[in-house]
Design a protein around this ligand. Structure first.
Ligand SMILES: [Cu+2]
Length: 195
């Protein structure tokens, strides 16, 4: 039996099976209701020159046109703003609050230039970049929350990390209110209501 004949036979046999398994449009729409992920974006405007001078050559990969336009925030300014109690609004999760149906996945996309974490906490508070004696750093005087305190040496924190240009999926949230924050920049916060 030639190759073409086998292919023809296969097509004839498989085509009706394929049709058989296509679900009805109504059933499909219902299933997608909680399967379509809700997106949250992580934003920042790290200044590559000053951040990379301190943190290493490829740390900040910002695409905010920092060389041509004054969109970016320098490393020193980011810390100064946090210490003064008005952290940089360019470091942000958007939106701040989402309501989802139980079963709907969240996808958090890092569109900024540096890594963030999307870490569930019982109460919002400070992250793991504290200053001397827990004051200063990026925490604006707030004590680190338990869920962030271990930093990246705590696997539970490390697995919530989102690198630049990558995304993290959060699934199976129980009904009720869930709080998420960045353990590096603790003013980046999202409240998720699961109905
Ligand atoms: Cu962050």
């Amino acid at each position: 039996m030639g190759f073409l004949t086998i292919r023809l036979l296969a097509t004839l046999l498989i085509a009706p099976l394929t049709l058989w398994f296509v679900p009805a449009p109504a059933a499909l729409a219902q299933a997608e209701d909680t399967r379509t992920p809700v997106q949250i974006v992580a934003l920042d405007e790290c200044d590559p020159t000053t951040f990379n001078a301190v943190l290493g050559p490829d740390f900040c990969k910002n695409v905010a046109l920092a060389f041509a336009f004054p969109f970016a925030t320098t490393f020193t300014d980011l810390f100064a703003e946090a210490a003064a109690g008005h952290p940089d609004p360019g470091w942000d999760f958007e939106p701040d609050r989402v309501t989802i149906k139980k079963g709907t996945p969240l996808i958090v996309v890092d569109q900024g230039g540096e890594p963030h974490t999307f870490t569930e906490v019982a109460k919002f508070g400070g992250g793991f970049v504290g200053g001397p004696n827990g004051v200063g750093g990026l925490n604006g005087g707030q004590a680190p929350v338990l869920e962030c305190a271990g930093g990246f040496k705590d696997v539970a924190v490390a697995r919530t990390r989102i690198l630049q240009g990558s995304q993290l999926q959060v699934t199976d949230l129980s009904k009720g209110e869930h709080l998420f924050q960045c353990c590096i920049h603790p003013w980046m916060r999202v409240t998720v209501d699961v109905k």
